[in-house]
Design a protein around this ligand. Structure first.
Ligand code: ZN
Length: 368
């Protein structure tokens, strides 16, 4: 900062005053061009406005006091104007300092690598569910959904599991507590299969019906490598006039080829389910060895994959209570069901069913 001594004023006419104050203002403005940072602003304040050695104080001491009475007013006006200029420069300097600090704090280094956000992806179960569903959608099936908390009636009774029938023991059931005062058929449980949606669909619409039902089911199974108390099923139901077992075989053979490749063969074995008669288990030729025999198919060349059968007339009789068109003498149909976890585990080479539900991103990330 320039530190020229304030000269004594020799003349007090307007022109001399303008010149003297003009020179001071130029100095003040010149000093203010380097006001970066708090220390510089404070130094400027002291230099110009300081009570003892400030330049304005000196001007006041030397010029104002020495001025003749008639010049005091003109000099005072110029003095105040100069002081206002200095204060304004000071304010600007302080503001600029703040602004710089704020800018520095918000500065972004655009050369730094960005934060990568994870893109959502389908869980292997969801993916498999969708694949199976779309195979049947292409055959004209619509998708049905229903409640996961069901009544005993929809889960068991109407599916031809009479009360106290031993077939109920094959599905270890999680029931809701404190319902002993309700009639058995109204008691709530976690559905053990997606079959209740078959009945709910038939009650809601007369035949023909072609529906595929993907969904979550629960059983009171101890968790191990292949069992979980929660799992998913895809069931299907087809009802119309003149539906035969040949339609069932043709549909499932096509679906398995669509899912696992055209080289896959299917074969049917007699089985038992309360809601179908006759019933069958379906095996597909081993997708790992092509049927030659390997560890995955226990050297048999075949893998058991789903259950199916012709809808039991007793099930149609329950549906006919609300939709008389389900007369077992006039219509027929087939139903099938498969476990989604088993298929997903085969497709993706997963050995522990529990890892599908553990929510571990390191595991799930492998299937994106
Ligand atoms: Zn094999």
């Amino acid at each position: 900062m320039m530190n020229e001594e304030i000269p004594n004023l020799k003349a007090f006419d307007e022109a001399s005053l303008d010149e003297a104050f003009g020179a001071l203002e130029r100095q003040a403005r010149g000093d203010a061009t380097v006001l970066d940072g708090d220390a510089a602003v404070e130094a400027y304040r002291l230099h110009w406005l300081g009570r003892k050695q400030g330049r304005l104080n000196e001007v006041s001491g030397r010029w104002l006091k020495a001025a003749p009475a008639e010049a005091k007013k003109a000099l005072g006006l110029r003095f105040n104007a100069l002081k206002a200029v200095v204060e304004q420069l000071l304010e600007q300097g302080a503001g600029a300092g703040l602004k710089d600090a704020a800018l520095a704090a918000e500065a972004i280094d655009i050369t730094l690598p960005g934060t990568r956000r994870l893109t959502g992806a389908e869980h292997p179960i969801t993916k498999t569910l969708n694949e199976i569903t779309s195979v049947f959608a292409a055959l004209g099936y619509s998708v049905g959904v229903g409640p996961e908390v069901e009544t005993d009636y929809y889960n068991f009774e109407c599916m031809n599991f009479p009360p106290d029938h031993p077939a109920r023991d094959t599905q270890d059931t999680l029931v809701i507590s404190n319902q002993d005062r309700k009639p058995l058929r109204d008691r709530l449980l976690l559905r053990t299969h997606t079959s209740p949606v078959q009945m709910r669909t038939m009650e809601a619409q007369p035949p023909p019906v072609r529906i595929v039902i993907p969904g979550k089911v629960h059983r009171n199974d101890a968790a191990d490598a292949t069992h979980s108390p929660i799992f998913h099923q895809v069931e299907g139901l087809c009802v119309d006039t003149n539906i035969t077992f040949a339609d069932l075989k043709g549909t499932l053979d096509h679906a398995m080829k669509a899912l696992f490749g055209s080289a896959v063969k299917t074969r049917f074995f007699p089985s038992f389910f309360p809601f179908t008669e006759p019933s069958a288990d379906v095996q597909i030729s081993c997708i790992f060895c092509g049927g030659k025999g390997c560890k995955k198919c226990k050297q048999s060349g075949w893998i058991e994959l789903l259950g199916c059968g012709m809808v039991d007339p007793a099930v149609f009789a329950f549906a006919a209570e609300k939709q008389p068109a389900y007369d077992p003498k006039k219509i027929s149909g087939f139903a099938f069901g498969m476990g989604v976890e088993r298929i997903a585990m085969m497709k993706y080479g997963i050995s522990e069913i529990g890892s599908l539900f553990a929510g571990d991103m390191r595991f799930l990330g492998q299937f994106v």
